[in-house]
Design a protein around this ligand. Structure first.
Ligand SMILES: Cc1cc2nc3c(=O)[nH]c(=O)nc-3n(C[C@H](O)[C@H](O)[C@H](O)COP(=O)(O)O)c2cc1C
Length: 356
């Protein structure tokens, strides 16, 4: 028999900000439950309170640290903007072997308050807040959980890919004022990201006025549901828009395709992307472009229509030859959805610009 393997240890450091002002009593409550829980599970570490920030080190068996961090600490409403600074696997010894969770409240003793440390942590959290807005949510969640996205192995999975774009965007781009154009684009992106996130999809990329997302589920219903809700939301935004608002012209085209995709890191050391690739992605994009030609707001591939379990009312729009496909493929629309003819949309915008 070989030597008994030691359980895998992990050490994790993070910073976070108080979600509300916390009193000494609040901090004490955290300490009491932390010490009890950690002692029973062999977790050691420190928790430093600095201004309105926490800095914590946790160490112990990997699975136990993961479960404490992901299921308890990340979900704790007493703090937010949690930024995992480092997550080290296969650690062999402890830095804080004697402390179930020792708390240092540096706010209580102004003399020992290391100002520089406090400013550094605060700047780090602010930088992270800014960067998070430019990072796709799935990457941000990995970083939050202490997973290094650059090390995630590529995988092949079944997904429904969603492409959404603003109808007539190039026409608007040449005519609207920059601020109006941005308002229109932002409104489209807000409508899409909210619904995609609500339905458990991954917002993968913003492509100018368009958006690429995917739903890593076996069935296609969540993606169809998100697409229908995106179009409904645009409808609502149009009817709420004031007479002078460009949101009056917010009409979208959505393409949906279901199939196998490759998910992983692409790019170089200078620019990286965690994305999806494959024919299903190309197909969703081509179906989205076809919405303009056929004047329908949503087009789905046959595999979406066949995999969807709910009675969506898909109807065949016939066989179409798309770029890259020699043979035509059958595509589907939804009976209940209607589009404004593109020519009519152009007429409305011309009239709108004339009246300004
Ligand atoms: C900054 C911070 C650090 C925490 N550290 C620990 C910890 O080390 N161990 C722990 O069990 N709970 C810790 N907690 C509390 C957990 O997030 C969770 O709320 C608590 O364990 C729930 O315990 P209860 O079910 O006994 O109320 C911490 C909370 C905060 C806000």
């Amino acid at each position: 028999m070989g030597a008994r393997q030691l359980p895998r240890m992990k050490r994790l450091f993070y910073v976070s900000r108080f979600a509300r002002p916390l009193t000494k009593r609040d901090i004490d409550a955290i300490r009491i439950s932390a010490v009890r829980y950690n002692h029973e599970r062999g977790i050691t570490g420190i928790l430093v309170c600095l201004g309105d920030m926490f800095f914590q080190a946790l160490e112990g068996r990997s699975a136990i640290v993961d479960s404490l961090y992901n299921e308890r600490i990340l979900r704790d409403p007493r703090h937010n903007h949690v930024l995992c600074l480092n997550s080290l696997n296969n650690v062999t010894d402890r830095m804080f072997p004697d402390w179930d969770m020792r708390i240092f409240n540096l706010n209580e003793d102004a003399e020992v308050l290391p100002l520089a440390f406090r400013h550094t942590l605060s700047a780090l959290l602010e930088a992270n807040q800014i960067i998070s807005q430019y990072t796709q949510p799935s990457i941000f969640r990995m970083i939050e959980r202490g997973v290094n996205p650059t090390l995630v192995k590529p995988r092949r999975l079944r997904a429904t890919v969603l492409f959404s774009d603003i109808v007539g965007f190039s026409y608007f781009a040449e005519r609207l004022r920059p601020a109006d154009l941005m308002e229109l684009v932002n409104s489209h992106i807000e409508a899409c990201t909210e619904q995609i996130d609500r339905h458990g999809g991954q917002v993968n990329k913003l492509l100018g006025d368009g958006i690429l997302a995917y739903f890593p589920h076996q069935d296609a219903d969540t993606a169809v549901s998100a697409a229908v809700d995106i179009l409904d939301e645009m409808n609502r935004r149009r009817s709420r828009a004031s007479r002078t608002s460009p949101q009056h012209f917010l009409h979208g085209g959505v393409g949906l395709a279901n199939g196998m995709v490759y998910e992983g890191n692409i790019g170089s050391a200078l620019k990286r992307d965690f994305t999806i690739l494959g024919n299903t992605v190309n197909l969703a994009s081509r179906l989205e472009s076809l919405t303009r030609v056929l004047n329908v707001p949503l087009i789905a591939s046959a595999s979406v229509a066949h995999r969807a379990q709910s009675p969506w009312g898909f109807q065949s729009l016939g066989n179409h030859t798309l770029k890259g496909n020699v043979k035509g493929i059958e595509i589907f629309g939804l009976k209940s959805l209607h589009s404004l003819p593109v020519d009519e949309l152009y007429r409305q915008i011309t009239e709108h610009l004339r009246s300004k």
